[in-house]
Design a protein around this ligand. Structure first.
Ligand code: AKB
Length: 329
């Protein structure tokens, strides 16, 4: 019997990509990884996955790889996040906007049945209700948010025009035991990472900052559950998904419960604070729960208890002299 068509993951070396690959392998899915960056070292699961160097901004390269692999499904994750995106909006446009267009075109040209897209709470902008439903006017303030809105709309267009099975989630800020990749929600992860590494962290936001957050295992399981849900049950292409929405000082208290003695201070950075203040404080994900039974397992304290030992392992595998990524916007 021929091998089943693989699942292709773009942006595979990123924060979501690595956990998604491990999750797919755990579910027995044949998977192929693509990223501009090389395969991360030292993980036997990732070592066993075919790894292709791919620049998603190059249409020919994307079409060639997709044509050669003929995947049954693409998880399109390659993107530059909000904080890093504001340092170079032009590169962010190329990677996020042109990259998504190139992936959708490759799906069209080579008849890929399904494309799964990772959108974000950054699609929202100022003037939101306290709990934000799926359908509100979208007025993002970052290039990352603008390109994710465009990606949602482009995908829906390819579904309607070419029959592509396009699905996606709007991720909250994600937290996992890996180094963050240039997001504005990264203050939450740094409380754990620098808390373990240095015993203190100065957050770039106000203590009363509140945005939706989610632990990575719930994010990855949700993304795969959406991909596998029967199309007939889905009433939309892109869904809000939510887990918990703590204030920043509530995260600090949860970290300090697990790591007594850690000091967390707050020195808001005006630019990043403005981005955080433009995002939802809480999301309504009723449609995801109804249509494909999305149910996160972790609340804030359950995440803290699971995460702290993993962050310890991550930190102790690294040099204590490494410069703090907290310095990067
Ligand atoms: C970011 O902070 O840019 C991301 C996101 C909320 O999508 N983590």
């Amino acid at each position: 019997m021929p091998d089943p068509a693989p699942t292709l993951v773009t942006g595979a070396a990123g924060q979501v990509g690595q956990d998604l690959l491990r999750h797919l392998v755990g579910r027995g899915v044949p998977v192929v990884a693509a990223d501009l960056r090389p395969r991360p070292d030292g993980d036997p699961t990732l070592d066993a996955i075919p790894w292709h160097r791919l620049d998603v901004t190059a249409p020919g390269a994307v079409a060639d790889l997709v044509g050669c692999l003929r995947p049954q499904r693409i998880f399109h994750l390659a993107a530059i996040l909000s904080a890093r995106g504001e340092q170079d909006p032009q590169a962010t446009y190329r990677v996020n906007q042109t990259g998504t267009y190139n992936v959708l075109e490759a799906c069209r040209i080579h008849g890929v049945p399904q494309c799964v897209f990772t959108s974000t709470i950054a699609v929202f902008g100022p003037g939101l209700p306290e709990v934000v439903p799926d359908d509100v006017p979208l007025h993002p303030t970052t290039m990352y948010g603008v390109t994710k809105v465009a990606g949602e709309l482009l995908g829906a267009y390819y579904a309607q025009r070419y029959g592509l099975d396009f699905r996606g989630v709007r991720f909250p800020g994600l937290i996992s035991a890996s180094l963050p990749g240039g997001g504005t929600s990264d203050y939450a992860l740094f409380m754990y990472y620098d808390g373990v590494r240095l015993g203190h962290y100065t957050a770039f936001c106000r203590p009363d900052t509140r945005i939706p957050l989610m632990y990575m295992p719930d994010a990855v399981a949700g993304l795969v559950d959406l991909a596998l849900a029967p199309r007939t049950r889905l009433r939309r292409h892109v869904y809000n998904i939510a887990a918990f929405s703590p204030r920043a000082d509530e995260i600090a208290r949860s970290v300090q419960r697990a790591l007594p003695g850690v000091r967390i201070d707050f020195e808001p950075d005006p630019e990043r604070q403005a981005i955080l203040d433009s995002w939802p404080r809480a999301l309504d994900d009723t449609a995801a729960r109804t249509d494909w039974s999305f149910r996160p397992r972790f609340d804030l304290d359950a995440m803290t208890d699971d995460l702290v030992p993993k962050v310890r392992a991550l930190v102790h595998g690294r040099s204590a002299e490494a410069p703090s990524p907290a310095a990067a916007p």
